[in-house]
Design a protein around this ligand. Sequence first.
Ligand SMILES: NC(=O)c1ccc[n+]([C@@H]2O[C@H](COP(=O)([O-])OP(=O)(O)OC[C@H]3O[C@@H](n4cnc5c(N)ncnc54)[C@H](O)[C@@H]3O)[C@@H](O)[C@H]2O)c1
Length: 333
Amino acid sequence: MLNIGLIGAGRIAHVHAQSLHKVAGAKLVAVADVIYDRALEFANKYGVEASGIDALLENKEIDGVIICSPTYAHADQVLKAAAARKHIFCEKAIAVELREADQMIAAAKRAGVIFMVGHVLRFMPEYLTARELIESGTIGKPLTIYTARFTNLGGGSWQGWFLDPKRGLAVLDVYIHDLDYITWILGKGKTVVSKGWRGPTGAWVHISSTIEYPDGQWASAEGGCAVPPCFPFTMFLRVICEEGALVFNFEGTSYASPREKKLILYKKGKRLPEYPAVSTEDPYEAQMRYFVECVRKGQEPQRGRAEDARTALEIALAARRSLELGEAVELSL
Ligand SMILES: NC(=O)c1ccc[n+]([C@@H]2O[C@H](COP(=O)([O-])OP(=O)(O)OC[C@H]3O[C@@H](n4cnc5c(N)ncnc54)[C@H](O)[C@@H]3O)[C@@H](O)[C@H]2O)c1
């Protein structure tokens, strides 16, 4: 049985605690938060121990950690967790700077621990099925991808870190999910150009980016975290291929478990639309099961790879640079 500790008892932490509970072979044993009372409340809810952050990381009984602190705190905690030889599941975005991501990846490698980042679209059934259909060649080569992700940030974040331009990545932390998915399908691309606007705190709250590829393909990713409170949480994916297209649209309330969702396949020569069979597995549970499996088998994750999370961060930061400069920015090869 793997003993898991969790750091940062905010919104996404509940999703992971509930998911881990359904995964055989691992159990949540402790939780820590910068505010001890938050850890205590969380600990009482899930019947685990409340701990200080350093104490949790030094606890020899703990085999792995789930890091759910604000993104700017990930680097420091991943470095400490690796030094303490804990396996690590860290929420996205991997970090706020590439230099940090490099240090985190190197530290995990040195320590020989599993390091996985929570890019959950790689476990979301519709996104998985869409990729399988593209990879199988069923609808030909992908020509262009459009993604969208809008959230009204209901409830806000701890001390407003998310929209604090000195600490959070703001909208980049939202649409980075789609950047990671796009690179899973098309690769990194050669340039990115963005339009967007800042909110009252000075943080970028809306972004629309186009990534260009060497052979003429392109992807557009739009993200917003300043939509009105009544605006539904939205995820949208459209992939147009040489012999068909795929469309997925979700509008609802819960980020964790979208219910009304439909992936539509349009294929040349077939009656339209076709709905491909899509698994109903909860993506957060599947993600946690995969992490535990990787730890148990001592296998590097193929989904949620830290290097891929670094690529998504690289594109996000280049997209922000494009907003600041008002021109296209080259991505490193
Ligand atoms: N994959 C997803 O679907 C998803 C969804 C939401 C958030 N996230 C990511 O999860 C992380 C947390 O986001 P959230 O929305 O749960 O945040 P939140 O603001 O709801 O909660 C953050 C929690 O961390 C605590 N905290 C603050 N600084 C800390 C520190 N240095 N060490 C330990 N705890 C600290 C706060 O007290 C709070 O309890 C972010 O990286 C975010 O991007 C991922």
